[in-house]
Design a protein around this ligand. Structure first.
Ligand SMILES: Nc1ncnc2c1ncn2[C@@H]1O[C@H](COP(=O)(O)OP(=O)(O)OP(=O)(O)O)[C@@H](O)[C@H]1O
Ligand SMILES: C[C@@](O)(CCO)CC(=O)[O-]
Ligand SMILES: [Mg+2]
Length: 460
């Protein structure tokens, strides 16, 4: 018989709902209760459950984290082909970017939760006691799986945060997503925290800023609450979670995307969690290991738009003209398949021969995206300007403004790219030549964050 201290969460559960938090004397082998430490955190590992055969009451012991400050980051993405069609069960090819969102989490003893979002000028705080009162309005699990935010629950959260019923502005969506993930993930023991999120990605421009935000929130809150491990070992600056843990992060990030988008396909959060290149179709993620290094020019038209509204617009068009729109979606699906095949062939036999096909696929898909109603005059302009330099472009992400991608062939002279960039800048656009294929969500010791990010966080 061993006596277990109060630092362990003990719950007596019946039919899934906790009955009591207990301090008990248990008959469990001592070796099952271990403490382990990484450089910044200390966990008590005690993930086991005991079930009484007579009354089916279960005693669950969970690991609880003694938290210190840490940071996480997740990449943005570009969709090569398949945006919008992927919401309707077609395939999308997406690749992570070297532009990332960073989140720093600090436990505090003030009994408050503070959130700083410097990209959008938001700084808010709530008392944990007030947040506690909201818990009874949320139902977040079904058979141990996260379930979708219910519209009535969202209304309650909006009321609490003083957000108008139909408000879909940047701050409202970011705050609602935070509140939803914080309350859902940390429901057992709401922590007093200071959270800051800063991104290198433009907000709301088609590069997956919402997914990177949701992935960072999910990863940080799951780590803080001890539901996933802290994969930072002594002497290391960054750590990556196991496949099972990445799946948990991805599932919660998808719920966050639901708060922001309404009806996301899940492709953006999958790239944020896993990184690299992947094919995504109807929830199935396939990592693409054989993708050639593609050089891409990213251009932000700076025309603001909302993914939620654009996705809803496409749905309405499909409902209105199914016989016209469904073949377009099928064609986009075929483009994604052919592109994947071509990329694979390029790895097998590196040559320039396949580039004209990739270029033509960009052109065709851009026309399709205009047909389904997600184009914009600024994106037409972007395509015309790059075409005048012999380059091929398409919108990426939800469209309606935001960003376009231009394929740069290895044999394109740098003077051509520079001239195209100059002309794009004259239109008021912003351009980056970018690397694709960065790592997915990462855990960082906060002292190891690059200077620029540390400076932002220190200045808050
Ligand atoms: N750094 C950030 N700080 C605060 N909120 C953010 C941040 N990044 C994203 N968001 C939230 O995500 C929303 C933008 O999501 P939206 O899906 O419309 O654009 P996107 O994700 O950049 O583009 P796409 O979905 O086409 O890839 C913002 O309105 C805001 O609520
Ligand atoms: C427009 C869309 O297809 C991609 C946004 O990056 C929406 C989604 O897949 O959730
Ligand atoms: Mg988004």
């Amino acid at each position: 018989m061993y006596r277990i201290g109060l630092s362990v969460n003990l719950e007596l559960r019946s039919g899934g709902s906790p009955l009591a938090l207990l301090f008990l004397t248990l008959n469990v082998p001592f070796k099952e209760l271990l403490t382990y430490e990484c450089c910044e955190h200390r966990y008590l590992v005690a993930d086991w459950s005991l079930e009484c055969p007579a009354c089916a009451l279960r005693l669950i012991c969970r690991r609880k984290m003694m938290v210190k400050e840490f940071a996480v980051s997740a990449p943005g993405k570009v969709i090569l082909h398949g945006e919008h069609a992927v919401v309707h069960g077609k395939a999308a090819l997406a690749v992570s970017l070297n532009l990332r969102t960073f989140l720093r989490i600090r436990p505090n003893k003030s009994g408050k939760v503070l959130i700083h979002l410097p990209n959008i000028g938001t700084r808010l705080s709530w008392d944990v006691v007030q947040l506690q009162a909201l818990l009874s309005t949320l139902q977040v699990y079904k058979n141990d799986e996260p379930i979708s935010p219910h519209p009535e629950e969202m209304e309650k959260l909006k009321e609490f945060a003083g957000i108008e019923k139909h408000s879909a502005d940047t701050e409202s969506l970011a705050v609602l997503t935070f509140l939803y993930l914080y309350l859902s993930i940390c429901e057992r023991d709401l922590p007093s925290l200071d959270i800051a999120v800063w991104s290198e990605l433009p907000t709301g421009a088609g590069l997956g800023s919402s997914a990177a935000y949701s992935v960072c929130m999910a990863a940080a809150l799951l780590t803080t609450s001890g539901q996933i491990s802290c994969p930072l070992e002594y002497g290391t600056d960054t750590g990556r979670w196991t496949v099972d843990e990445l799946n948990i992060i991805n599932k919660w990030a998808f719920q966050g995307e639901k708060v922001i988008h309404g009806n996301p396909s899940g492709v953006d959060n999958a790239v944020g969690a896993w990184g690299g290149a992947l094919r995504y179709r109807a929830g199935k993620i396939t990592t693409l290991n054989r993708v050639p290094t593609l050089k891409i020019l990213l251009t932000n038209t700076k025309v603001p738009r909302s993914t939620k509204i654009l996705v809803a617009g496409v749905k309405n068009k499909i409902l209105k003209f199914p016989a016209i729109m469904n073949p377009v979606l099928d064609s986009i699906d075929a483009i994604a398949s052919l592109c994947e095949h071509v990329l694979d062939a390029m790895v097998e036999t590196p040559s320039l021969e396949e580039y004209p096909v990739l270029e033509e696929l960009f052109d065709i898909n851009q026309h399709h995206l205009n047909v389904i109603g997600v184009g914009h005059p600024s994106l037409d302009r972007l395509c015309h300007v790059t075409a005048s330099h012999g380059l091929h472009s398409k919108l990426t992400g939800a469209g309606g403004g935001g960003c376009g991608i231009t394929l740069l062939r290895p044999d394109t002279d740098s003077s051509v790219v520079e001239a195209a960039k100059q002309d794009l800048k004259l239109c008021g656009f912003e351009c980056w030549e970018t690397n694709i294929g960065g790592p997915g969500v990462l855990l960082h010791s906060s002292s190891s964050l690059k200077a620029e990010v540390q400076q932002v966080f220190e200045g808050l």
